[in-house]
Design a protein. Structure first.
Length: 139
């Protein structure tokens, strides 16, 4: 898999990928999420290409204190082949090169398979409670 920066022409394929991976939610417009990401470190929004097909994506970010990963997705037909691990290594290195000391991510507590994946990469559950507040309604 080749990793490259997201391009505007990738948008439909990326949204379809997120939908196939069940990452989209009714209260988050994926097109707005893409537009927002392109205003902040767009070079950290990457896709994975294999044989000319977009098969993966990840949004990485760093605000000076912690790094984040969002929308890590691999097409169901290409899962369990090391592509997600490859994307995470790419993101970790990109954030480390920016001086980022720690990366955080959020997973739905019911998603045991994905929790096990991140545990296998050395991620552990922090003793924190994740809170959120919607500032702009997408829908």
């Amino acid at each position: 898999m080749q990793i490259r920066a997201f391009q505007a022409s990738d948008e439909a394929a990326v949204v379809a990928l997120w939908q196939a991976c069940e990452l989209t939610r009714p209260w988050n417009d994926p097109h707005k999420d893409i537009a927002r990401k392109l205003t902040v470190h767009p070079e950290l929004f990457v896709v994975g290409i294999k044989d000319g097909e977009l098969i993966a994506s990840a949004m990485f970010g760093y605000e000076g204190h912690r790094g984040w990963v969002n929308y890590l997705a691999v097409s169901p037909a290409h899962q369990r082949k090391g592509h997600a691990s490859t994307l995470m290594r790419w993101g970790e290195e990109a954030l480390k090169a920016r001086g980022c000391p720690k990366i955080n991510l959020q997973i739905r507590s019911s998603n045991a398979t994905v929790i096990a994946f991140y545990n296998s990469l050395g991620y552990q559950q922090d003793q924190v409670v994740s809170l959120g507040k919607r500032l702009i309604a997408d829908i």
